[in-house]
Design a protein around this ligand. Structure first.
Ligand code: AGP
Length: 617
């Protein structure tokens, strides 16, 4: 988590760094800081709070001049969010400055050692320890900054993306990566360089970027090609300059009040992008190259284990139903954080599917490494192109949802379900576990999903009305069965993470085994009661809630008459195949959470304590 930016070149660095930090704020937003070098002095300020607060600080405290600088937006790990613990951190002499995204696990041992050598520390952070270790090595070994960084990184355990500046050599910045991402934007004729956790801070300046791999570092010097080398063995690496596909429009709000709302509304297009070139309903074909190239493995798989966290885990749960239902392959869905630490039984006949929007989630990455070490074949479902998880797999597929900036995942979820459903259908076809008519029907229905979501999004005003009635609730229950049980979990997660209302998702039938005790006239219960699946049984659950005075918000299929009679509010979704209903039922739940959160005055794009990608355990 945490976002880092940097600039070295001929322009004023401050506006580039500040705008970059605003774009990276989704990565962490409990404090922010900036360092600018004006040719003589280091000007550094930092503060608890958001980037907007940092801007106020800069105006009153420091000169914002200079064409070299680094910036940071933080999600605290070591040390509470306060001014002192914020980045950048300076070395004891005041010559070196660092911004860091990650964790140095052995910082305490190093700190004790440095203290014996006379170092004192201002903050509680692991990062201040790292910059002083670099300084100590630089002085003791009499080496240049790059070498000192390299030696230091060979002594630390943990994860990092760092940018380090040395006032005594002010024409370069040294960057390094292990576990956390770093991109270097390369300006024309190497006259300027941009450094950032992702490419969004510099897309208006250059389309050429170098993404460092794990255990690589780069020395970035004005007027010279970027020099990349391996941290461990000092070998040189040929830097690959990639052309960025990202454009400015994709990372701006485009007239919406929040990124979350924009991303909810982008879902029809995002799903079209996911399907493009992969779903050919008229020909009856599904084509996913990462799958086709490994078809034999999938067909021989004795078991599929899905690993993921949060919303991606919910998408995995939906896939459990589709894979078992369509392709008759046994599926287990695991929290990556549990899987990685519980010595799971894995064989070469197992396929592990890792799902991640960001491709950076530390637990999912560790689960992948564990699975591969035990011989399992790992297939990734990722959104962020070139991310660590995308690179760690044996094969995989991108969801092509486009950048998701709101911390609450929306279009990532529906595009993950889309891609996983395509895989299940393709496997079913290959295994002959689905009739040809049923297969064709699903393909045709799948193609219609984007336009059905477009229709569904028009219910926004109705959902606002419902949101008004329940915005003061303190608890909320979400119920669903079968394919819509994971949607109930996802609906509850959306509400709790952005509105801070406690919410629980349950399989509808489980309600009577405990949660029913919570129901009274102040308890809103959102029930997914679409017409296929276990409709009658869910209707009975609704009756049970009603007879205990609970308030029912029901998600039903268009034309439903029964639930309308009982429920307090009814939201209709277009008719579709049962396995595809999660792609529709989830939309009103996203909108409901969004409107309740906005009405409660919450920051929906940057909910408290959260960050978009969780790169720590
Ligand atoms: C959902 O709204 C969350 N912000 C969170 O649960 C997220 O899905 C989880 O951290 C996994 O992230 P990933 O998909 O990037 O791996």
């Amino acid at each position: 988590m945490c976002g880092i930016t940097g600039y070295i070149g001929f322009r004023e660095a401050y506006p580039i760094i500040i705008k970059g930090l605003q774009r990276l704020e989704y990565r962490g937003y409990d404090s922010a800081g900036v360092m600018l070098y004006d040719g003589e002095n280091i000007n550094l300020t930092k503060t608890k709070g958001k980037v907007s607060k940092l801007e106020e600080r800069v105006i009153t405290e420091i000169s914002n001049k200079g064409s070299i600088g680094v910036g940071h937006t933080r999600w605290a790990t070591h040390g509470i969010p306060n001014d002192i613990n914020s980045h950048p951190h300076m070395s004891q002499s005041g010559d070196l400055v660092i911004v860091h995204n990650g964790i140095i696990e052995n910082y305490d041992t190093i700190k004790k050692e440095l203290k014996t050598r006379g170092y004192t520390f201002q903050s509680d952070t692991d990062t201040e320890v790292l910059i002083n270790l670099i300084e100590e090595i630089k002085n003791q070994e009499k080496v240049k900054l790059g070498k000192a960084v390299q030696i230091a990184l060979n002594q630390v355990v943990g994860a990092y993306a760092i940018a380090v500046f040395d006032k005594t050599k002010p024409d370069e910045i040294v960057v390094a990566k292990l576990g956390s991402p770093i991109a270097i934007g390369v300006g024309k004729d190497f006259k300027e360089f941009f450094i950032a956790s992702d490419a969004s801070p510099f897309i208006e300046y250059t389309k050429d970027a170098i993404y460092l791999e794990d255990e690589e570092m780069a020395i970035i010097k004005i007027g010279r090609e970027v020099r990349v080398r391996k941290i461990r063995d000092d070998s040189n690496v040929d830097p690959k300059i990639q052309e960025l596909q990202l454009n400015l429009e994709q990372i701006e709000k485009g007239g919406y009040e929040h990124f979350m709302l924009k991303e909810i509304n982008e879902q029809p297009q995002a799903i079209r992008d996911t399907l493009r070139g992969r779903l050919l309903p008229n020909e009856g074909i599904i084509k996913i190259s990462g799958l086709e190239n490994n078809m034999k493995r999938f067909l021989n798989a004795e078991r599929i284990i899905i690993v993921a966290c949060g919303t991606s885990w919910h998408a995995g749960l939906v896939a459990e139903y589709t894979f078992e239902d369509f392709a008759r392959i046994p599926v287990e869905v695991e929290y990556a954080s549990e899987f990685r630490y519980r010595n799971p039984v894995l064989t070469e006949k197992d396929i592990v599917i890792a799902i991640s929007q960001s491709g950076e989630t530390a637990d999912t990455l560790a689960a992948i490494k564990l699975a591969r070490s035990k011989g399992a074949f790992v297939f990734g479902v990722c959104n962020v192109v070139g991310s660590s998880i995308a690179r760690e797999n044996d094969s995989g597929v991108y969801t092509h949802a486009g950048p998701e900036i709101g911390v609450a995942s929306t279009k990532a979820f529906t595009t993950q379900i889309t891609v996983l459903t395509l895989i299940a259908l393709r496997l079913a076809r290959a295994k002959g576990t689905m009739t040809s008519a049923d297969y064709r029907l699903h393909l045709q229905e799948m193609e219609l999903i984007p336009q059905k979501i477009e229709r569904l999004l028009k219910i926004d005003t109705k959902i606002k009305e419902i949101a008004k009635k329940y915005l003061l609730s303190t608890n909320c229950l979400y119920l669903g069965r079968g394919y819509n049980f994971p949607v109930a979990l996802e609906g509850a997660l959306k509400l709790k993470e952005i509105s801070y209302i406690h919410a629980e998702g349950y399989p509808a039938a489980e309600m009577k085994h405990g949660p029913i005790a919570l129901i009274d006239d102040r308890m809103p219960v959102i029930v997914i009661a679409t017409n296929k699946g276990h409709y009658e049984k869910v209707v009975s659950n609704i009756q049970e809630i009603k007879s205990r005075s609970g308030k029912i918000i029901a998600i039903v299929t268009e034309g439903d008459a029964t639930v309308k009679e009982i429920a307090d509010h009814v939201i209709e979704i277009p008719e579709t195949e049962e396995s595809l209903t999660p792609l529709l039922t989830t939309i009103p739940l996203q909108l409901l959470a969004y409107h309740i959160a906005v009405m409660r005055g919450c920051n929906v794009d940057q909910p408290r304590n959260l960050a978009k990608s969780v790169t720590v355990e």
